[in-house]
Design a protein around this ligand. Structure first.
Ligand SMILES: NC(=O)c1ccc[n+]([C@@H]2O[C@H](COP(=O)([O-])OP(=O)(O)OC[C@H]3O[C@@H](n4cnc5c(N)ncnc54)[C@H](OP(=O)(O)O)[C@@H]3O)[C@@H](O)[C@H]2O)c1
Length: 336
Protein backbone atom coordinates (compact mmCIF):
# COMPACT_ATOMS: atom_id res chain seq x y z
CA UNK A 1 0.00 0.00 0.00
CA UNK A 2 1.04 3.63 -0.22
CA UNK A 3 0.99 6.22 2.52
CA UNK A 4 2.70 9.30 3.88
CA UNK A 5 5.29 8.04 6.32
CA UNK A 6 7.02 10.81 8.25
CA UNK A 7 10.74 10.21 8.54
CA UNK A 8 11.36 13.62 10.16
CA UNK A 9 9.14 16.50 11.24
CA UNK A 10 8.89 19.38 8.79
CA UNK A 11 6.53 21.61 6.79
CA UNK A 12 3.82 19.79 4.81
CA UNK A 13 5.72 20.13 1.52
CA UNK A 14 8.64 18.13 2.97
CA UNK A 15 6.58 14.92 3.26
CA UNK A 16 6.17 12.53 0.35
CA UNK A 17 4.31 9.34 -0.52
CA UNK A 18 6.08 6.06 0.18
CA UNK A 19 5.33 2.42 -0.56
CA UNK A 20 4.70 0.70 2.76
CA UNK A 21 4.22 -2.91 3.79
CA UNK A 22 0.63 -4.12 3.98
CA UNK A 23 -0.71 -3.98 7.53
CA UNK A 24 -1.33 -7.17 9.50
CA UNK A 25 -4.31 -6.57 11.78
CA UNK A 26 -3.51 -6.91 15.50
CA UNK A 27 -5.63 -7.90 18.50
CA UNK A 28 -8.37 -5.38 19.23
CA UNK A 29 -7.92 -3.71 15.85
CA UNK A 30 -10.13 -3.19 12.83
CA UNK A 31 -8.33 -3.04 9.47
CA UNK A 32 -9.96 -0.49 7.18
CA UNK A 33 -9.49 0.04 3.48
CA UNK A 34 -9.61 3.82 3.28
CA UNK A 35 -11.86 5.47 0.77
CA UNK A 36 -11.58 8.97 2.20
CA UNK A 37 -9.26 10.80 4.59
CA UNK A 38 -10.30 13.95 6.46
CA UNK A 39 -7.75 16.74 6.96
CA UNK A 40 -7.62 18.69 10.21
CA UNK A 41 -5.71 21.59 11.73
CA UNK A 42 -4.06 19.22 14.26
CA UNK A 43 -2.75 17.12 11.34
CA UNK A 44 -1.00 20.23 10.04
CA UNK A 45 0.53 20.75 13.49
CA UNK A 46 1.47 17.08 13.83
CA UNK A 47 3.49 16.82 10.60
CA UNK A 48 5.52 19.85 11.70
CA UNK A 49 6.18 18.46 15.18
CA UNK A 50 4.08 21.27 16.71
CA UNK A 51 1.31 19.07 18.14
CA UNK A 52 1.30 18.57 21.90
CA UNK A 53 2.26 14.90 21.42
CA UNK A 54 5.28 14.11 19.22
CA UNK A 55 5.53 10.45 18.26
CA UNK A 56 9.05 9.38 17.29
CA UNK A 57 9.35 9.13 13.44
CA UNK A 58 8.96 7.09 11.36
CA UNK A 59 5.17 6.98 11.61
CA UNK A 60 2.14 7.57 9.41
CA UNK A 61 0.18 10.62 10.64
CA UNK A 62 -3.52 11.31 10.05
CA UNK A 63 -6.59 11.12 12.28
CA UNK A 64 -9.75 10.72 10.23
CA UNK A 65 -10.66 8.12 7.67
CA UNK A 66 -13.63 6.21 6.36
CA UNK A 67 -13.98 3.14 4.23
CA UNK A 68 -14.72 -0.55 4.53
CA UNK A 69 -13.59 -3.17 7.03
CA UNK A 70 -11.22 -5.68 5.39
CA UNK A 71 -10.13 -7.63 8.50
CA UNK A 72 -10.84 -7.76 12.22
CA UNK A 73 -8.30 -8.66 14.89
CA UNK A 74 -8.58 -11.13 17.71
CA UNK A 75 -11.12 -10.14 20.35
CA UNK A 76 -12.99 -7.65 18.15
CA UNK A 77 -16.76 -7.87 18.30
CA UNK A 78 -19.39 -5.72 16.61
CA UNK A 79 -17.55 -5.36 13.27
CA UNK A 80 -17.18 -7.71 10.32
CA UNK A 81 -15.54 -7.66 6.91
CA UNK A 82 -17.49 -5.44 4.52
CA UNK A 83 -18.93 -3.06 7.15
CA UNK A 84 -18.88 0.61 6.14
CA UNK A 85 -17.10 2.49 8.93
CA UNK A 86 -15.52 5.75 9.97
CA UNK A 87 -12.56 5.92 12.32
CA UNK A 88 -10.85 8.62 14.29
CA UNK A 89 -7.39 7.42 15.21
CA UNK A 90 -4.41 9.13 16.83
CA UNK A 91 -2.21 8.43 13.79
CA UNK A 92 -2.10 6.22 10.70
CA UNK A 93 -4.93 7.62 8.57
CA UNK A 94 -2.76 9.08 5.77
CA UNK A 95 -2.47 5.73 3.98
CA UNK A 96 -4.58 3.38 1.91
CA UNK A 97 -5.15 1.12 4.92
CA UNK A 98 -5.32 1.82 8.61
CA UNK A 99 -5.44 -0.55 11.60
CA UNK A 100 -7.70 1.31 14.03
CA UNK A 101 -8.26 0.38 17.68
CA UNK A 102 -11.83 -0.92 17.82
CA UNK A 103 -12.86 1.79 20.30
CA UNK A 104 -12.04 4.44 17.65
CA UNK A 105 -14.20 2.84 14.92
CA UNK A 106 -17.87 3.68 14.33
CA UNK A 107 -20.46 2.16 12.03
CA UNK A 108 -21.25 4.46 9.12
CA UNK A 109 -25.01 4.65 8.48
CA UNK A 110 -26.32 4.30 4.95
CA UNK A 111 -26.72 7.74 3.50
CA UNK A 112 -23.43 8.99 4.98
CA UNK A 113 -20.69 8.84 2.36
CA UNK A 114 -17.10 7.98 3.23
CA UNK A 115 -16.17 11.53 2.20
CA UNK A 116 -18.64 13.18 4.57
CA UNK A 117 -17.85 10.80 7.44
CA UNK A 118 -14.08 11.29 7.07
CA UNK A 119 -14.62 15.05 6.90
CA UNK A 120 -16.70 15.00 10.06
CA UNK A 121 -14.98 12.61 12.48
CA UNK A 122 -12.53 14.69 14.51
CA UNK A 123 -14.46 17.94 14.25
CA UNK A 124 -17.82 16.49 15.29
CA UNK A 125 -16.30 14.33 18.02
CA UNK A 126 -14.47 17.39 19.36
CA UNK A 127 -17.57 19.55 19.09
CA UNK A 128 -19.54 16.87 20.94
CA UNK A 129 -17.02 16.89 23.79
CA UNK A 130 -17.14 20.70 23.96
CA UNK A 131 -20.87 21.27 23.49
CA UNK A 132 -22.41 18.27 25.22
CA UNK A 133 -19.94 16.66 27.59
CA UNK A 134 -18.23 19.80 28.88
CA UNK A 135 -20.67 22.70 28.43
CA UNK A 136 -23.82 20.56 28.73
CA UNK A 137 -25.62 22.86 26.30
CA UNK A 138 -29.40 22.69 26.51
CA UNK A 139 -32.33 24.05 24.52
CA UNK A 140 -32.59 27.80 24.98
CA UNK A 141 -28.95 28.34 25.97
CA UNK A 142 -27.11 31.23 24.40
CA UNK A 143 -23.98 29.88 22.75
CA UNK A 144 -21.17 31.79 21.02
CA UNK A 145 -18.73 29.88 18.82
CA UNK A 146 -15.44 31.50 17.77
CA UNK A 147 -13.71 30.41 14.55
CA UNK A 148 -17.24 29.33 13.71
CA UNK A 149 -16.56 28.55 10.05
CA UNK A 150 -13.61 26.33 10.91
CA UNK A 151 -13.94 22.58 11.15
CA UNK A 152 -14.67 22.29 14.86
CA UNK A 153 -16.46 25.64 14.93
CA UNK A 154 -18.99 24.71 12.25
CA UNK A 155 -19.60 21.33 13.91
CA UNK A 156 -20.14 23.04 17.28
CA UNK A 157 -22.60 25.49 15.72
CA UNK A 158 -24.57 22.58 14.25
CA UNK A 159 -24.63 20.43 17.38
CA UNK A 160 -25.65 23.38 19.59
CA UNK A 161 -28.33 24.42 17.08
CA UNK A 162 -29.66 20.85 16.94
CA UNK A 163 -29.94 20.93 20.73
CA UNK A 164 -32.15 24.01 20.44
CA UNK A 165 -29.56 26.56 21.56
CA UNK A 166 -29.47 30.15 20.27
CA UNK A 167 -26.14 30.22 18.47
CA UNK A 168 -24.00 33.17 17.41
CA UNK A 169 -20.90 32.46 15.31
CA UNK A 170 -17.83 34.70 15.18
CA UNK A 171 -16.04 34.76 11.81
CA UNK A 172 -13.62 36.96 9.89
CA UNK A 173 -15.39 37.32 6.53
CA UNK A 174 -18.84 37.53 4.98
CA UNK A 175 -18.19 34.29 3.02
CA UNK A 176 -17.55 32.46 6.31
CA UNK A 177 -20.62 34.14 7.85
CA UNK A 178 -22.81 32.63 5.16
CA UNK A 179 -21.47 29.14 5.91
CA UNK A 180 -22.14 29.62 9.63
CA UNK A 181 -25.72 30.77 9.04
CA UNK A 182 -26.25 27.68 6.88
CA UNK A 183 -25.06 25.62 9.86
CA UNK A 184 -27.92 26.93 11.96
CA UNK A 185 -26.46 29.98 13.71
CA UNK A 186 -29.09 32.63 14.39
CA UNK A 187 -26.43 35.25 13.75
CA UNK A 188 -22.92 35.35 12.35
CA UNK A 189 -20.84 38.32 13.46
CA UNK A 190 -18.02 39.30 11.12
CA UNK A 191 -15.24 40.59 13.34
CA UNK A 192 -12.10 41.57 11.51
CA UNK A 193 -10.20 43.18 14.42
CA UNK A 194 -7.58 41.03 16.14
CA UNK A 195 -6.15 43.59 18.59
CA UNK A 196 -7.05 42.45 22.13
CA UNK A 197 -8.48 45.73 23.46
CA UNK A 198 -10.58 46.29 20.34
CA UNK A 199 -11.82 42.71 20.47
CA UNK A 200 -12.78 43.07 24.14
CA UNK A 201 -14.86 46.14 23.23
CA UNK A 202 -16.58 44.20 20.45
CA UNK A 203 -17.47 41.38 22.84
CA UNK A 204 -18.67 43.79 25.56
CA UNK A 205 -20.71 45.90 23.17
CA UNK A 206 -21.83 43.56 20.39
CA UNK A 207 -21.49 39.91 21.29
CA UNK A 208 -23.05 40.02 24.75
CA UNK A 209 -25.91 42.07 23.30
CA UNK A 210 -26.45 39.78 20.34
CA UNK A 211 -29.73 38.65 21.90
CA UNK A 212 -31.16 42.18 22.33
CA UNK A 213 -30.43 42.44 26.06
CA UNK A 214 -27.25 42.70 28.11
CA UNK A 215 -27.40 39.29 29.78
CA UNK A 216 -24.54 37.84 27.77
CA UNK A 217 -23.83 34.29 26.64
CA UNK A 218 -24.25 31.13 28.69
CA UNK A 219 -21.48 29.34 26.82
CA UNK A 220 -18.58 30.35 24.62
CA UNK A 221 -16.92 27.61 22.60
CA UNK A 222 -13.47 29.00 21.75
CA UNK A 223 -11.39 27.44 18.99
CA UNK A 224 -9.13 30.47 18.45
CA UNK A 225 -7.44 31.31 21.78
CA UNK A 226 -5.23 34.39 22.33
CA UNK A 227 -7.04 37.71 22.18
CA UNK A 228 -10.28 35.96 21.17
CA UNK A 229 -10.26 34.00 24.44
CA UNK A 230 -9.64 37.15 26.51
CA UNK A 231 -12.41 38.95 24.68
CA UNK A 232 -14.65 35.91 24.93
CA UNK A 233 -14.66 36.15 28.71
CA UNK A 234 -16.27 39.61 28.29
CA UNK A 235 -19.14 38.08 26.32
CA UNK A 236 -20.26 35.74 29.11
CA UNK A 237 -23.19 36.36 31.42
CA UNK A 238 -23.88 35.15 34.98
CA UNK A 239 -22.43 31.65 35.56
CA UNK A 240 -21.12 31.65 32.00
CA UNK A 241 -18.82 28.88 30.79
CA UNK A 242 -15.93 29.31 28.39
CA UNK A 243 -14.89 26.04 26.79
CA UNK A 244 -11.33 25.91 25.46
CA UNK A 245 -11.18 23.83 22.28
CA UNK A 246 -7.95 25.03 20.75
CA UNK A 247 -5.63 27.85 19.81
CA UNK A 248 -5.96 28.32 16.06
CA UNK A 249 -4.39 31.78 16.53
CA UNK A 250 -1.24 30.08 17.82
CA UNK A 251 -1.49 32.10 21.04
CA UNK A 252 -2.14 30.25 24.33
CA UNK A 253 -3.83 32.73 26.67
CA UNK A 254 -3.84 32.92 30.49
CA UNK A 255 -7.05 33.66 32.41
CA UNK A 256 -6.91 36.06 35.37
CA UNK A 257 -8.42 34.23 38.35
CA UNK A 258 -9.85 37.43 39.84
CA UNK A 259 -11.81 38.10 36.65
CA UNK A 260 -13.32 34.61 36.85
CA UNK A 261 -14.13 35.08 40.56
CA UNK A 262 -15.79 38.50 40.32
CA UNK A 263 -17.80 37.56 37.24
CA UNK A 264 -18.82 34.07 38.45
CA UNK A 265 -17.33 32.35 35.41
CA UNK A 266 -16.04 28.87 34.64
CA UNK A 267 -13.26 28.14 32.16
CA UNK A 268 -12.87 24.52 31.12
CA UNK A 269 -10.89 22.48 28.60
CA UNK A 270 -12.38 20.13 26.02
CA UNK A 271 -9.65 17.68 25.02
CA UNK A 272 -10.88 15.08 22.56
CA UNK A 273 -8.51 12.12 22.74
CA UNK A 274 -8.65 11.57 26.50
CA UNK A 275 -12.44 11.13 26.28
CA UNK A 276 -11.92 7.90 24.32
CA UNK A 277 -10.02 6.59 27.37
CA UNK A 278 -12.17 8.07 30.11
CA UNK A 279 -15.68 8.34 28.63
CA UNK A 280 -15.87 5.82 25.79
CA UNK A 281 -19.59 5.11 26.17
CA UNK A 282 -20.42 8.80 25.87
CA UNK A 283 -18.16 9.11 22.83
CA UNK A 284 -19.93 6.17 21.19
CA UNK A 285 -23.32 7.78 21.92
CA UNK A 286 -22.03 11.08 20.59
CA UNK A 287 -20.72 9.57 17.36
CA UNK A 288 -24.02 7.74 16.82
CA UNK A 289 -25.82 11.06 17.37
CA UNK A 290 -23.83 13.17 14.92
CA UNK A 291 -23.67 10.39 12.32
CA UNK A 292 -27.46 10.17 12.64
CA UNK A 293 -27.75 13.93 12.15
CA UNK A 294 -25.64 13.65 8.98
CA UNK A 295 -27.76 10.73 7.73
CA UNK A 296 -30.97 12.70 8.32
CA UNK A 297 -29.61 15.87 6.71
CA UNK A 298 -29.81 17.74 10.02
CA UNK A 299 -26.07 18.43 9.98
CA UNK A 300 -23.51 18.79 7.19
CA UNK A 301 -19.88 17.79 7.03
CA UNK A 302 -19.28 20.96 4.97
CA UNK A 303 -16.74 19.28 2.72
CA UNK A 304 -15.75 22.07 0.36
CA UNK A 305 -13.03 20.28 -1.62
CA UNK A 306 -12.05 16.69 -2.36
CA UNK A 307 -8.37 16.28 -3.19
CA UNK A 308 -6.42 13.41 -4.77
CA UNK A 309 -4.01 11.54 -2.47
CA UNK A 310 -0.95 13.25 -3.94
CA UNK A 311 -2.31 16.69 -2.93
CA UNK A 312 -2.85 15.76 0.72
CA UNK A 313 0.10 17.79 2.02
CA UNK A 314 -0.93 20.80 -0.08
CA UNK A 315 -4.29 20.55 1.65
CA UNK A 316 -2.59 20.77 5.04
CA UNK A 317 -0.65 23.83 3.85
CA UNK A 318 -3.91 25.46 2.72
CA UNK A 319 -5.32 24.89 6.22
CA UNK A 320 -2.23 26.54 7.74
CA UNK A 321 -2.55 29.43 5.26
CA UNK A 322 -6.15 29.94 6.40
CA UNK A 323 -7.45 29.48 2.87
CA UNK A 324 -10.05 26.88 3.78
CA UNK A 325 -13.68 27.44 4.72
CA UNK A 326 -15.29 24.13 5.60
CA UNK A 327 -13.50 20.78 5.34
CA UNK A 328 -10.92 19.28 3.01
CA UNK A 329 -11.11 15.55 2.31
CA UNK A 330 -8.70 13.37 0.36
CA UNK A 331 -10.14 10.60 -1.75
CA UNK A 332 -7.88 7.57 -1.94
CA UNK A 333 -7.61 6.42 -5.52
CA UNK A 334 -6.19 3.08 -6.55
CA UNK A 335 -6.55 0.94 -3.47
CA UNK A 336 -4.22 -2.01 -3.17
N1 LIG B 1 -9.69 20.02 21.84
C1 LIG B 1 -9.30 19.12 20.96
O1 LIG B 1 -9.11 17.94 21.27
C2 LIG B 1 -9.13 19.56 19.55
C3 LIG B 1 -9.50 18.72 18.49
C4 LIG B 1 -9.41 19.21 17.19
C5 LIG B 1 -8.91 20.49 16.97
N2 LIG B 1 -8.49 21.23 18.03
C6 LIG B 1 -7.97 22.58 17.84
O2 LIG B 1 -9.06 23.44 17.59
C7 LIG B 1 -8.62 24.54 16.80
C8 LIG B 1 -9.52 24.65 15.60
O3 LIG B 1 -9.38 23.48 14.81
P1 LIG B 1 -10.15 23.38 13.41
O4 LIG B 1 -9.89 22.02 12.88
O5 LIG B 1 -11.53 23.87 13.57
O6 LIG B 1 -9.31 24.46 12.58
P2 LIG B 1 -9.73 25.25 11.24
O7 LIG B 1 -10.72 24.47 10.46
O8 LIG B 1 -8.46 25.66 10.57
O9 LIG B 1 -10.49 26.54 11.81
C9 LIG B 1 -9.86 27.45 12.67
C10 LIG B 1 -10.60 28.77 12.59
O10 LIG B 1 -9.94 29.63 13.50
C11 LIG B 1 -9.96 30.94 12.99
N3 LIG B 1 -8.67 31.62 13.20
C12 LIG B 1 -8.49 32.74 13.90
N4 LIG B 1 -7.21 33.09 13.92
C13 LIG B 1 -6.56 32.19 13.20
C14 LIG B 1 -5.21 32.04 12.81
N5 LIG B 1 -4.25 32.91 13.21
N6 LIG B 1 -4.86 30.98 12.05
C15 LIG B 1 -5.79 30.09 11.65
N7 LIG B 1 -7.12 30.19 11.98
C16 LIG B 1 -7.48 31.24 12.73
C17 LIG B 1 -10.29 30.87 11.51
O11 LIG B 1 -11.53 31.53 11.36
P3 LIG B 1 -11.63 33.07 10.99
O12 LIG B 1 -10.76 33.28 9.79
O13 LIG B 1 -13.09 33.23 10.71
O14 LIG B 1 -11.17 33.80 12.20
C18 LIG B 1 -10.52 29.40 11.22
O15 LIG B 1 -11.73 29.18 10.50
C19 LIG B 1 -7.16 24.25 16.46
O16 LIG B 1 -6.33 24.95 17.36
C20 LIG B 1 -7.03 22.76 16.68
O17 LIG B 1 -5.70 22.38 16.98
C21 LIG B 1 -8.62 20.80 19.30
Amino acid sequence: MIGYQLTAYGPPASHTIATLPDIVVGPGQVLIRNEAIGLNFPDALMVQGKYQKRPEPPFVPGRDCAGTVIAVGEGVTGFKIGDPVVAQVFSGAFAEQVAAPVERVFHRPSGVSAIDAAGAATVFNTAFVAVSIRANVKAGDRVVVTGAAGGVGAAAVQLAANLGAHVVGIVSSEEKAELVRCCGAERALVIAVRDEEALKDVFKNEVRRAWSDDRGADVIIDTVGGAMFQAGLRGLGFAGKLVIVGFASGDIPAAKANYLLYNNLTVMGAPLDIHFDEALDRMRDGAAWWLGLLAQGKAQANVTAVLPFERLMQGLQDILDRKVAGKLVVQTGAVV
